[in-house]
Design a protein around this ligand. Structure first.
Ligand code: NAD
Length: 433
């Protein structure tokens, strides 16, 4: 793998190519293209953290609002050493498309801090989270931009950030962030929502292709918030999870794995030490063979569920992929070139902007609950999620099948059509001189 492929400017270039192609096909106004080729706002901040040893460290961070024609920006916050402005910008563009595909009244946003959170103590992590929130506080809010968790951030971190936002505003404004702990206005069902939504999209695809869960094998890359809940729920539904990987290794067991005991083993140390991050890995599980992480991507399975990072299937390994279907639970796990190669081989890809949208859908429900002050039962949240995911996934799949185009293309057509309509409805003089 070349360094270049991992560079996030690549991600943004690829996103722009797809955007241009889809806009050409939509034949919409040139204004729409001009407005969508770059983000509306990209704020860079330095996050100042007093470390436990008394030293001061400054971590670079960003918050981007890509397009807000459909409503306030919405998108997660990522803590990772490779985060940069281009990556955050690309992720915010994908969020704009995703919110539109799901018919949500939101634009796209994203944020991140370039940091290795696993190297921080729990208090340093809390200071970093509060410091980042203080740095971006002027551009967020329930009607402007509503952050949520993403890679290496979770409900605990959203709780600290929500508390910091309330302190700055001298008020209680739970709707300014989503993915919060239940005690601070979080929604029941939010934690598992991304995995649950991905399973609903897979279920719909299986139903349309007359495939039964018990006859379907799945390899899952990643075992964090999104991928773990997907694996757990897919196992419950009767799918056979034959392989799982995380950042430290991978395991394979053709007879099928139960994700829950694996999760239990992986987090045992974390609970004992009371730390936010765990040091253990899926490899601790005794009932399966350990394989290389890259081997998992080439297993002969029915479904390869990619739930870890971007750029995992690329031009150098796409030919070794033997799965019958790819399910993108992570954002951007398949590069543009790999996507084209898979399309040529007629290997379908259920794209991120549809398959991992369950999280933002339930974030939307959390926001509604915070604003109305009325809180819903978990069953009600899950039922609304299922209805919306199935309805919009059906729209995407029908369009793809009727026009004989890849699911990603169909999803982008649907999303960009909705964004275009909002841009045009705002008039020619909208925020321009
Ligand atoms: P997370 O930090 O909880 O989990 C990431 C997982 O990936 C971890 O299990 C980690 O061990 C694993 N991983 C890292 N490097 C790996 C490698 N080389 N091989 C295999 N596994 C590896 O993050 P998350 O929230 O689950 O997010 C994962 C992806 O899903 C990201 O792309 C994120 O943007 C996307 N996503 C998450 C949500 C959500 O609600 N959490 C919603 C939409 C999209």
């Amino acid at each position: 793998m070349t360094q270049d492929r991992h560079h996030s400017s690549h991600l943004f270039d690829d996103a722009r190519i797809l955007l241009n192609e889809v806009l050409d096909e939509l034949d919409t106004s040139e204004d729409v293209r001009q407005r969508l080729l770059q983000p509306n706002l990209s704020l860079q901040v330095g996050v100042h953290v007093r470390m436990d040893d008394g030293s001061l460290k400054v971590f670079p961070g960003w918050r981007t609002q890509y397009d807000t024609s459909l409503g306030p920006a919405k998108g997660g916050i990522r803590f990772h050493p490779s985060v940069d402005q281009q990556e955050v910008g690309t992720l915010s563009f994908w969020m704009a498309v995703k919110c539109a595909v799901l018919g949500l009244p939101y634009g796209g946003g994203k944020g991140g801090v370039q940091v290795d959170p696993k190297a921080l103590s729990s208090l340093e992590l809390e200071r970093l989270s509060r410091g980042y929130l203080r740095a971006i506080a002027d551009v967020i809010g329930p009607d402007r931009d509503i952050p949520a968790p993403d890679m290496n951030t979770n409900a605990t971190i959203m709780g600290w950030m929500s508390d910091e936002y309330d302190a700055i505003q001298r008020d209680q404004i739970p709707a300014a962030l989503t993915g919060k702990p239940i005690a601070l206005g979080g929604s029941l069902g939010r934690v598992a929502a991304t995995g649950r939504g991905a399973l609903q999209v897979l279920d719909l695809w299986a139903e349309r292709n007359e495939r039964k869960p018990e006859d379907t094998t799945i390899a899952v890359q990643g075992f964090g918030n999104a991928a773990y809940h997907f694996a757990r729920l897919a196992h419950q539904r009767g799918y056979r999870i034959v392989a799982i990987s995380d950042s430290k290794g991978a395991i394979h067991h053709p007879e099928g794995l139960d994700p829950d005991p694996i999760k239990e083993e992986k987090t045992r140390n974390q609970r004992l030490k009371g730390m936010v991050y765990c040091e253990n890995s899926v490899c601790e599980h005794k009932g399966a063979k350990t394989i290389e992480q890259e081997e998992l991507l080439a297993l002969d399975v029915d479904v390869l569920a990619l739930g870890a990072l971007e750029n995992q299937i690329h031009v150098d390994n796409v030919e070794s992929v033997r799965a019958g279907l790819l399910l993108e639970i992570a954002n951007g796990p398949v590069t543009r070139e790999a996507d084209e190669a898979l399309a040529k081989r007629n290997v379908p890809v259920l794209p991120d902007v549809l398959a991992n949208a369950g999280g933002v859908v339930v974030s939307y429900y959390e926001w509604i609950q915070n604003r109305s002050g009325e809180y819903w039962e978990e069953d009600s949240v899950n039922q609304r999620l299922a209805e919306r995911m199935t309805r919009e996934a059906q729209r995407v799949m029908e369009r793809a099948e009727t026009r004989n185009i890849p699911y990603r293309r169909a999803a982008y057509l649907l999303g960009l059509e909705r964004i275009s309509e909002a841009i045009l409805a705002r008039g020619q003089c909208h925020r321009c001189e």
